[in-house]
Design a protein around this ligand. Structure first.
Ligand SMILES: Cc1cc2nc3c(=O)[nH]c(=O)nc-3n(C[C@H](O)[C@H](O)[C@H](O)COP(=O)(O)OP(=O)(O)OC[C@H]3O[C@@H](n4cnc5c(N)ncnc54)[C@H](O)[C@@H]3O)c2cc1C
Length: 350
């Protein structure tokens, strides 16, 4: 029997962040992940402490932001991979009213460091932005391919990865331990993203899957080095390729690419890009969102060794590093977990 402190199920940004906490504190662990691409793999990889629809800060951004920046810089060094590239977001202004709203928002304490007070003129002939851009600072692109493949390889070298589907029926609780096949652990952390709906221990209706699709285009004339935010994001991938999207479809857990999403994305794209492009791909993933837009951490009364780390929603990259620290301290140092984070609050959700 292999004895470890923790078993972690799911290696997206939640699982990786928790692994890093365990490493930091000298705890042993094994990760079980089936290698299917989850939300982290299918995301846009945009690291953004703001919400650009209404010019507000993301929830708790000032607390999440510094911890996350350190986390991605450290993990880039550890994996010797380029994972975190600081890249501004250029938000296209739709109206003079929006410019005024941006200035008002930028004076607020929580947004001062993120919304640049200088408006940028558009000098790119391939972009339609007669009123120019607001520039968001502190933003970055996360290279999710490098992060996920780098971390998987690292775990393989450490002999800490079981590349398989978890068999929930094989999980046994024995005294103060959890036993899975030939592994015994103090606790098991479930971080399967939206796939948690298949976990029999996970409270039903706690997660709402929200499908998002991107279209991938090749546009040699676009010459864009920043993240562009119009009615959709345009995310540079290098080699004149860009991800454009994403769509939102609540309660949809399917992973197929659809013509409807492609049509929506391309018709919106054509309102702010006027150069030619070729569609070269399409991707789809499911965001693990919750009805109160807050994460789901901790244990339920009936199973104190089964721990959940989920509900990262639309800002997973910003939130996961600090949340993993909060969860670790709750489990190992008995630090109080506030109700707005605790999975117990989902008990009466319908
Ligand atoms: C289209 C789209 C765009 C997005 N864009 C952004 C963005 O730009 N910025 C941002 O911050 N967030 C974005 N998000 C949200 C972000 O991706 C999520 O908040 C975050 O990645 C969730 O991470 P997770 O680790 O909880 O889940 P996941 O990344 O889904 O990881 C779960 C892992 O568990 C594995 N797994 C699941 N079930 C099992 C099982 N039974 N057995 C074994 N392994 C299993 C999966 O294969 C996967 O590897 C986007 C999401 C989508 C879908």
């Amino acid at each position: 029997m292999k004895k470890v402190d923790y078993i972690i199920v799911g290696l997206g940004i939640a699982g990786i962040s928790f692994c890093e906490q365990l490493q930091k504190h000298g705890k042993s662990f094994v990760v079980i992940d089936n290698g299917a691409e989850g939300s982290t793999a299918k995301s846009g990889g945009v690291f953004n402490p703001t919400v650009l629809k209404r010019f507000t800060a993301a929830w708790n951004a000032s607390a999440f932001f510094p911890v996350a920046v350190d986390f991605y810089n450290q993990i880039s060094e550890k994996l010797k991979q380029k994972i975190f590239t600081e890249t501004p977001i250029l938000r296209i202004f739709k109206s003079v009213e929006e410019q005024n709203n941006w200035s008002v928002a930028g004076d607020k304490k929580e947004l001062k460091t993120f919304l640049s007070s200088d408006f940028l003129k558009n000098t790119n002939p391939a972009i339609e932005a007669p009123l120019g851009f607001g520039k968001v600072l502190g933003t970055a692109q996360i290279n999710t391919n490098n992060l996920l493949s780098g971390y998987r390889n690292y775990l393989k070298e450490e002999d800490a990865l079981l590349a398989e589907d978890i068999q929930y029926e094989a999980i046994q609780q024995k005294g103060n331990s959890v036993v899975y096949k030939n592994i015994s652990a103090k606790k098991i952390i479930f971080s399967e993203g939206a796939k948690a709906i298949e976990n029999p221990f996970f409270p039903s209706r706690a997660i709402i899957g929200n499908k998002g699709e991107y279209t991938v285009i090749k546009a040699p004339e676009l010459k864009l080095n920043a993240l562009l935010k119009g009615p959709m994001y345009v995310i540079p991938l290098g080699n004149d390729e860009y991800k454009v999207g994403a769509t939102f479809c609540r309660n949809d857990y399917t992973l197929n690419s659809t013509e409807t999403a492609k049509d929506e994305i391309l018709s919106k794209l054509k309102t702010f890009i006027n150069c030619s492009f070729e569609v070269i791909g399409q991707t789809a993933g499911v965001r693990p969102t919750t009805k109160d837009h807050r994460p789901l951490l901790g244990v339920l009364d009936e199973n104190p060794n089964l721990v959940f780390f989920n509900g990262l929603g639309t800002h997973g990259f910003l939130m996961a590093p600090l949340l993993s620290e909060i969860l670790y301290k709750h489990l190992e140092e008995d630090v109080f977990l506030t109700k707005d984070l605790h999975i117990k609050r989902t008990k009466n959700w319908k």
